[in-house]
Design a protein around this ligand. Structure first.
Ligand code: 8IG
Length: 277
């Protein structure tokens, strides 16, 4: 690197998969765990899940791992953990997400997913906090992601890399989650760039094209996870109803509050799902 502000993933000549492999080597060294089986990205509201998934083997700031960027947002821990389940599986818990709206490019957005794959994880669980379009949904309710609509007009794939996205969010894994909580509803996640929330008209557009959830992450990560050959499970915590669906203005504080309240329940759900894999 030429100076302290340069980032390896910003250099087009650098292969992002080589950076991911180097990051996986960092994680093996820092955690003492050579191979992870499952990776979980914790979004807003899901932060307590790590301690319920199992015993913590190691915990370190994501910034100690090559390619990870500084956390942009309060409520996003910026910590990577290696956790061992009661069944003996090693879970990489990623509490550090780089969002597309930060403007650092899609390579940085999906670096955590590519790194997770390079640690050996074959299952990628992506969680987020999001807005709900379905009027029957309540803030604090977790829902499964059944499919997505990527409205960023961007892709983590470079060049003529054609990847099938049928059943991107694994039916098999959704069925396992519903065995644990039969009340889980599901919906289509619609990714906007953000960081502004949608206008009511944009929410109506998302609804008209088949969306049920609005968010600012996950779709690009899911595509990268599929490219890496992982099986994907997606969860959204509905922290608010989308603009115009709820009659009051949206606030980031409200989103954090809904996350705090739901956290014990959804973290326990997530841990039970991990244990069932
Ligand atoms: I938390 O209403 C959360 N994230 N795009 N819209 C979008 N992202 C979100 C929302 C929302 N709530």
């Amino acid at each position: 690197m030429s100076n302290s502000t340069s980032h390896p993933l910003d250099d087009p000549a650098v292969d992002p998969f080589e950076v991911a492999q180097a990051a996986a080597n960092d994680i093996a060294r820092l955690s003492g765990v050579e191979h992870h089986d499952i990776a979980v990205t914790l979004g807003s509201g899901w932060g307590r899940a790590a301690e319920l998934i199992g015993e913590e083997t190691a915990s370190f700031p994501a910034t100690e791992v090559v390619g990870f960027s500084k956390p942009a947002l309060e409520g996003h821990a910026g910590t990577l953990r290696s956790v061992r389940t009661p069944g003996g599986k090693n879970v990489l818990v990623i509490g550090a997400r780089t969002h597309y709206y930060e403007g650092h490019g899609v390579r940085r957005v999906v670096h955590s997913v590519r790194t997770a794959a390079a640690t050996g994880a074959r299952t990628m669980i992506l969680t987020n906090g999001a807005g709900g379009i379905r009027e029957t949904w309540k803030p604090g309710q977790p829902v499964l992601i059944s499919d997505h609509i990527n409205l960023t007009a961007d892709s983590p794939l470079e060049g003529a890399t054609f990847i099938d996205l049928t059943d991107l969010y694994s039916k098999r894994l959704r069925d396992i989650a519903r065995e644990i909580d039969p009340t889980l509803d599901e919906g289509v996640y619609t990714q906007f760039r953000g960081p502004h929330y949608e206008t009511p008209a944009e929410v109506q557009m998302a609804k008209a094209i088949g969306g049920h959830i609005v968010g600012m992450s996950t779709s690009l990560e899911a595509i990268a996870a599929r490219q890496a050959g992982m099986e994907i499970l997606g969860f959204s915590l509905i922290t608010n109803l989308a603009a115009g669906i709820q009659k009051t203005p949206l606030s980031h504080e409200e989103v954090l509050e809904a996350g705090r309240e739901a956290e014990p329940v959804i973290s326990a759900l997530l841990a039970r799902v991990v244990h069932a894999l």
